[in-house]
Design a protein around this ligand. Structure first.
Ligand SMILES: *Cc1c(COP(=O)(O)O)cnc(C)c1O
Length: 432
């Protein structure tokens, strides 16, 4: 399988090159040249297959011969070595819990898969790879944990001082070994600007093998298909496939679900649940895509004003607006509604969603009210403890702290404080 740049269909690269580069030199996103049709027995026999067996069948066509079978099996079993339970919440709505990985968010799956692929691709190289990443919160933790102890890879994370939650900061700063955290006295935008400048700096390019762990990387995007199949494996009524609702920001997660569907995953319909950042809901109503500056909300991992993966969704549907609308609906949920949903779901059903999951729950409930007889699940993309201040305010109760976080709380933060000054970053990178 080769990948082409969405800006130039004739510029093709292998999975290996797409993973190492992240983005095409023309700044286009990579897209598979052909969407594979999965063998029908994968779906008919799905309950007899293990998660590992499902995952390998789903991803194999995308990898081609760039990773040998044994190696791919190891990468997959390390990527998905936690649970993906489908938990009933109401009679018609279940929650696909994607927060049982090490950093308690669904991004663990993509980050763990990508880090191991990259580790494999660079293992025979004499020069170590430096992964440079700016984070506003969740991405950094998943990337740090995913790359932890991967041989031949050093990770440098820039995060804005005082602007990530305490749990998120500990996830970035307590690992040590090949992970370094730079605490920047500035904003997320400063961090991102410094990283972009680094990728264009001739001295750094000469001295280091620099790459990014950006969420548009195909090795982060494609493995997100796995848990849609895992959920279908648990789905009781195979004759009536689920409506699938995905809390969406950059639209990578739902785009993976739509790709899986195009390959043969049964689903009634997809819902993109958005917060006040309603670019895609507006697009589906008007047919005009208008990016906007992002608006801060309670579900902050979805505060995206120009979702980068949306072009991939258009590509899956060959830019046909009506075929996209047949498969995907999108709702915009306000913070007020999100708060009320956290309260209601907790009181009525004794289930505690995080703010992102609450947006998903309400969007799904809205769709089901308009389509009687359907059932579905929403993706619970993060553990509520990651947003305990917002959640506890609604329920009036403490969120139970999972063991992974308890261990973290006793650890000592290790970071290097720097100013939002590129020269300082450059000196650190060159002296390492
Ligand atoms: C990143 C993130 C999202 C949004 O996922 P996209 O793939 O960017 O649409 C939703 N919820 C949580 C908790 C996240 O961390």
């Amino acid at each position: 399988m080769n990948y082409y740049s969405l800006n130039n269909p004739s510029a093709k690269v292998s999975f290996k090159e797409a993973t190492i580069k992240g983005q095409a030199p023309d700044k286009g996103l990579y897209f598979p040249e052909k969407i594979p049709a999965l063998p029908a027995d994968l779906i008919t026999n799905i309950t007899s297959l293990s998660h590992e067996e499902i995952a390998i069948r789903v991803i194999r066509p995308y990898i081609g011969d760039t990773i040998p079978e044994k190696e791919l099996e190891r990468i997959i079993s390390e990527t998905i070595n936690f649970n993906f339970p489908l938990v009933p919440v109401t009679g018609d709505i279940s929650s696909l819990e994607l927060f049982h990985g090490p950093t308690l968010a669904f991004k663990d799956v993509g980050a763990r898969f990508m880090s191991r692929c990259l580790g494999y691709f660079v293992k025979d190289q004499s020069q170590p790879v430096t992964v440079l990443v700016a984070t506003s919160g969740d991405t950094g933790g998943a990337v740090a944990s995913g790359f932890y102890d991967v041989p031949g890879v050093n990770v440098v994370i820039l995060y804005p001082s005082g602007k990530v939650s305490s749990v998120q900061e500990l996830q970035l700063t307590t690992l040590g070994k090949n992970i370094s955290a730079l605490e920047v006295g500035g904003t997320f935008d400063d961090c991102q600007r410094m990283v972009k400048t680094a990728f264009a700096d001739p001295d750094l390019i000469r001295a280091l093998f620099l790459t990014s762990a950006n969420s548009i990387n195909v090795a982060r995007w494609l493995p997100q298909q796995f848990y849609y199949f895992f959920a279908y494996r648990e789905w009781a009524d195979k004759d009536h496939p689920p409506v699938i609702c995905v809390p969406s920001g950059n639209f990578g997660n739902i785009c993976a679900g739509l790709l899986a569907h195009r390959s043969g995953l049964p689903a009634r319909h997809f819902i993109a649940a958005c917060n006040a950042n309603d670019i895609v809901p507006s697009y589906l109503q008007t047919g005009t895509y208008i990016p906007k500056p992002s608006t801060p909300t309670l579900s902050n991992a979805m505060d995206v004003g120009d979702p980068s993966n949306f072009v991939r969704i258009l590509e899956i549907f060959h830019h046909e607006f009506t075929s996209l609308k047949k498969v995907m609906t999108s709702y915009s949920i306000t913070d007020e509604e999100t708060r009320r949903t956290i309260r209601d779901v907790y009181r009525k059903y004794h289930y505690l969603p995080d703010p992102h999951g609450a947006v998903g729950f309400l969007a799904l409930e809205r769709f089901l009210a308009e389509h009687p007889g359907e059932k579905g699940f929403f993706l619970e993309t993060a553990h509520p403890v990651k947003f305990y201040d917002a959640v506890e305010k609604e329920t009036g109760e403490k969120v139970l702290i999972p063991d992974t976080i308890k261990n973290l709380l006793g650890r000592k933060k290790q970071s290097i404080k720097i100013n939002p000054d590129f020269q300082q970053l450059k000196n650190i990178l060159l002296s390492a």
